[in-house]
Write a protein that binds this ligand. Structure first.
Ligand SMILES: [Zn+2]
Length: 320
């Protein structure tokens, strides 16, 4: 039998409430965290987000401000709870897309299986989560599918889990799924692009995260022209001096007609950044404060729409 169904374009986007058209995603935060269960055996200072009522209020506020969708970037084994994601999505009306994949090893209990298994096992696991259902929902009448792959790189390539990387490449090639790649301040961005494209993954399937922490214009241009999507998210992180780094980088990319290669996010993995949990800017800052600042810089509505939703939506659907 041919694989035509899974490779027809545009593909439906798998959300925690079922498949929808990419055209219905609207304003989308392409990298966030709305639930993280505590993980036994890891550093007690690892982030936890498990206060249901406050998170629900946060999502309702996001929705009221015009936010429609978000990608939750916590994979299985380090605090993902897709049942909670589904309940939060149902209660708030925000479309939530969950991920499979792997985070940095420090967020898992020692000897977690993902880091010791062979590439094929990792590929099978990711493919099952994308095509059949996420592990914790397999017993449900209708298992919930992951909508993309999220993985994490370390600073040095030799420290990255090689079999897990290889398994990710197999799974992305097989399923056509998008891979969001956490980089340590942009490190290994070029290496990761070469690695995945050499292994048969299309540049259109690759999102490089936290790239505004490496505002090297030459590199940014080159990566954009290669066809990968660049994710920026330090709007509320003073230590990265967004006025000096992130905002001029956005201006540069827009002026060079590369707005189609950028996706914006707020990546609020820490409760302190939440409005209802820590008196921070909150999830709703993307459709309010950030959108307003983009308009004030004279960026066109078309480019803004792409950067805060359109670009990630098309990539999830397998088109650019
Ligand atoms: Zn993150």
């Amino acid at each position: 039998m041919s694989n035509l169904t899974s490779f027809s374009f545009p593909r439906p986007v798998n959300t925690v409430q079922g498949p929808i058209s990419y055209e219905d995603l609207g304003i989308t935060d392409c990298h966030n965290h709305i639930w993280i269960d505590p993980v036994p055996g890891v550093d007690p200072n690892s982030p936890v987000l498990n206060q249901f009522n406050e998170i629900e209020l946060e999502l309702i506020e996001y929705k009221k401000a015009g936010g429609q969708s978000l990608l939750d970037c916590q994979p299985e084994g380090c605090g993902r709870n897709s049942i909670k994601l589904m309940e939060l999505s149902q209660k708030s009306g925000v479309t939530v897309i969950a991920c499979t994949g792997f985070h940095r090893q420090k967020y898992y209990p020692p000897q977690h299986w993902l880091f010791s298994k062979r590439a094929q096992k990792v590929c099978d696991f990711l493919s099952t989560e994308l095509e059949t259902g996420m592990y914790e929902t397999l017993e449900l009448e209708r298992p919930l599918k992951a909508g993309f792959i999220k993985i994490a790189l370390e600073t040095a390539w030799g420290d990255c889990p090689q079999a897990a990387l290889e398994g990710t490449a197999f799974a992305a090639k097989k399923t056509g799924a998008l891979i969001e790649i956490h980089t340590e301040k942009g490190a290994l961005a070029e290496k990761a692009c070469l690695y995945f494209t050499d292994n048969g993954v299309s540049p259109n399937q690759i999102v490089l995260c936290h790239m505004d922490k490496r505002p090297d214009y030459g590199l940014q241009n080159e990566l954009a022209r290669l066809g990968v999507l660049l994710e920026y998210d330090t709007f509320y992180r003073p230590k990265y001096d967004p006025e000096k780094n992130l905002w001029p980088l956005i201006d540069h990319m827009v002026e060079n007609e590369l707005a189609g290669s950028i996706a914006l996010a707020t990546d609020m993995a820490e409760a302190a950044l939440y409005h209802y949990l820590g008196d921070g800017p909150g999830l709703h800052s993307l459709p309010t404060d950030i959108k307003t600042k983009l308009q004030e810089r004279g960026i066109s509505d078309k480019d803004i729409t792409q950067m805060i939703g359109g670009n990630i939506a098309r990539r999830l659907a397998g088109i650019i």
